[in-house]
Design a protein around this ligand. Structure first.
Ligand code: NAD
Length: 498
């Protein structure tokens, strides 16, 4: 796919057909109100599609369809091997349509076509395959209750799962929720972010083509305050899986308390520290990965390594290497495979990032970047930006910017680095660079985060749980632990005569 030229991608993009209606009960349908909202390409400002604007009425219809499907067991009652076959077919269909799905995310939220076509879309296929394969390999338990008793402890699907996801990895965030929830036998009502609804709608269509029965996978595009809130407050949604900001995660906890005490699994923001010790044996690798850790996906990554703590004796050498890396990652046309960074998702996010950068210019040492730029005279693009000598209490080092902005903070002692790294409301991820195994273990033990990457950044796989501590939330996506969210433990206790 890397040999496709920018011109080819542009031609493919021009011939794309966008699915813009809601997907409810196996069919594309307008919102009941008839209202739509525009999906805009942040690289050009062009309107891609007018998308159905769902509200509480449409959410009711989708939840009712999901409930009907769950109660008549058309999916939850299917033999595990059959459910597996359907989801494996969906994984295959995603692979067949990988260019189209990649283009949808690229156009809708500005990520580069290279990342979308080599990471996001193939990743979605892989995650569906991984959960499909797990369906008939996870066993339940028999409890040790003694003679005359047989106590079965089984994982059973919950019913209707609401999934509300952000725009930074539109297809993959939808997949992380839907693949595990569907594999467990639930019905799903997915609300994609209003900035990036297009790939989720196509995914629902592919799911139907693969054989996911009507009503089992529904997609309701719309705004958070209306469609998202309606799902959160719905009396017939059993579980709400959320990925997004910490503020919205807190709202979902409130919605649950105000409605039916549905399970809420928030996976929220981050401000991940990356600690580079002087005994790191490969400073070039540390620089490469530090740059990747903050500039990949334009820095719009929940676990972005946005705080770099560097031991003072190697600070100047590392900063020099980082400047070179940043300068080689200037934003470009997302449809050009040579572009290392694409567009920021929208005008609002771009302005928010620039406010942080302007504050940084007045309060820290800007070493590279710092400007908003245009590509072909248009769009929302921000240069990869690095501030060094950032004070630990500077908002640059404390707040989630969700853009390509790195704050470098020097330290002198291990203890000081650990204390500063942990001094955050967030606890999603952290990285540590050292060749001293004892130090790697000691520091990893003390970092209060969901994932510590040693001598790499952002380590992630289908096999390992992903999620945070503190105000990064407590839900876990990926791995078999994701089934903890989408199943209840049910005990059936049978007495028999000895
Ligand atoms: P957001 O919280 O604004 O929106 C996320 C989703 O919630 C969207 O679908 C939105 O429509 C909906 N929403 C917004 N307000 C709502 C409300 N009042 N009621 C109900 N629903 C509402 O977040 P965002 O700006 O789309 O995404 C960026 C955030 O997502 C960052 O904080 C990032 O760290 C986080 N994120 C976390 C993870 C993780 O796994 N922990 C992964 C990706 C992104």
């Amino acid at each position: 796919m890397l040999d496709i030229t920018p011109q080819d991608w542009r031609l493919k993009a021009a011939s794309l057909k966008f699915r813009s209606q809601a997907f409810i009960n196996g069919k594309f349908t307008d919102s009941v109100s008839g209202k739509t909202f525009d999906s805009i390409n942040p690289a050009t400002g062009a309107v891609l599609a007018s998308v159905a604007e769902c509200d509480a009425t449409d959410v009711d219809l989708a939840v009712a369809a999901g409930r009907r499907a769950f109660e008549d067991r058309r999916w939850s009652g299917m033999a595990p091997g059959d459910r597996k076959t359907v989801l494996l077919k969906l994984a295959d269909l995603i692979r067949v349509n990988v260019e189209e799905l990649a283009l949808l995310d690229c156009l809708d939220m500005g990520k580069t076509i290279t990342d979308a076509s080599t990471i996001d879309a193939p990743g979605s296929a892989y995650f569906f395959q991984w959960y499909a394969e797990a369906i008939d390999k996870v066993y339940d338990e028999v409890a040790p209750t003694g003679p005359g008793n047989l106590a079965l402890v089984r994982r059973v699907p919950l019913g209707v799962v609401g999934a509300v996801v952000p725009w930074n990895f539109p297809l993959d965030m939808a997949t992380w929720k839907a693949a595990a929830a569907l594999a467990a036998g639930n019905s799903v009502v997915l609300k994609p972010a209003e900035q990036s609804p297009l790939s989720a709608l196509r995914l629902a269509e592919l799911a139907a083509e693969a054989g996911v029965p009507d009503g089992v996978f529904n997609v309701v595009p719309g705004y958070g305050e209306t469609a998202g809130r309606a799902l959160g407050l719905h009396m017939d949604v059993d579980c709400l899986a959320f990925t997004g900001s910490t503020a919205t995660g807190k709202r979902f906890m409130e919605y649950s308390g105000q409605s039916n005490l549905k399970q809420v699994w928030p996976e929220t923001g981050g401000k991940s520290p990356n600690i580079v010790f002087a005994d790191c044996g490969d400073l070039d690798a540390a620089a490469d990965m530090a740059a990747f850790g903050i500039f990949f996906n334009q820095g719009e990554v929940c676990s972005a390594n946005s705080r770099l703590y560097v031991e003072r004796s190697i600070k100047d050498a590392l900063v020099e290497k980082l400047i070179a890396r940043a300068q080689g990652m200037q934003p470009g046309d997302p449809l050009d495979p040579a572009s290392k960074m694409g567009a920021i998702v929208d005008e609002k996010q771009t302005q928010g990032i620039m406010r942080f950068i302007d504050h940084g210019k007045a309060s820290a040492n800007l070493v590279t970047g710092g400007e908003r730029v245009q590509i072909n005279g248009k769009g929302c693009f921000v240069q990869p930006t690095i501030f060094s000598d950032v004070a630990h209490d500077n908002p640059l080092a404390r707040d989630e910017i969700f853009g390509p902005v790195l704050s470098i903070i020097p330290f002198d002692r291990e203890e000081e680095a650990v204390t500063m790294a942990n001094d955050s409301i967030y606890g999603l991820a952290a990285s540590v660079w050292t060749d001293d195994l004892s130090r790697a273990c000691r520091v990893s033990d003390r970092l209060n985060v969901g994932t510590v990457s040693v001598n790499t950044v952002d380590a992630l796989s289908a096999q390992t749980p992903f999620g945070g501590m503190k105000q990064s939330g407590f839900g876990r996506d990926l791995s078999l632990h994701s089934f903890d969210k989408y199943t209840a433990l049910k005990t059936t206790w049978i007495k028999y005569k000895l």
